[in-house]
Design a protein around this ligand. Sequence first.
Ligand code: ADE
Length: 237
Amino acid sequence: MRMKIDVLTIFPEFFREVFDFGIIRRAKLAKIVEINVCDIRSFTTDKHEKTDDRPFGGGDGMVMKCEPIFRAIEEIIGTCERENYPSGMKVVLLSPQGKQFKQSVAREFADEAKHLILICGRYEGVDERVNDVLVTDEISIGDYVLSGGEAAAIVLTDAIVRLLPNALGSETSAVNDSFTEDLLDYPHYTQPREFRGMEVPEVLLSGNHAEIEKWRKEKAFEKTLNFRKDLLEKEHS
Ligand code: ADE
């Protein structure tokens, strides 16, 4: 098994079939990845199985309690001290406050992580002691607020698993993906050659690979310039 992923959530049903399609399903069957979904509620010890409570200091909404999350991590890893995690262990808190998730972060996780735990925050937030002690990376998938980290956990899992060695199969490759070189992807066409008067660009039918390559580079640049100029202006580190 190249990577193990544990998702911690109060809504395990949310994930019932989402990892059973396409590349993720194939990677699971090929034992490239193992994905477990753990119910945070099962780590509560009180009779009401409380996973949230009112915020100290007052204010709206509820805050996710730290005890069940600590217990879950302790059971899964065997320790809840970040310093004692085994190498390749990443404990990720999904929240809008996190570092922005990008293709480069997906690549870093795919290359370096052996075991990923994704904690899905809910309500107004998660008790900060989870962040202080357990979490190695706090990650946001974008500048908008979701009702919880569940959808974000799916985004991370998908983007990371497809980069694991052999996950894409021989017919495809991640090398030409959008963002790999800070460019959007070029346009694609397949049969039929003409559809409702719309023709496939002539160059793609020419068989001239150098010309096709040149056209694709130009189109990728054009798309990036039109929709994501920021990618071209980015400083390269
Ligand atoms: N939870 C709520 N909003 C989120 C976001 N933008 N990214 C990750 N987790 C979240």
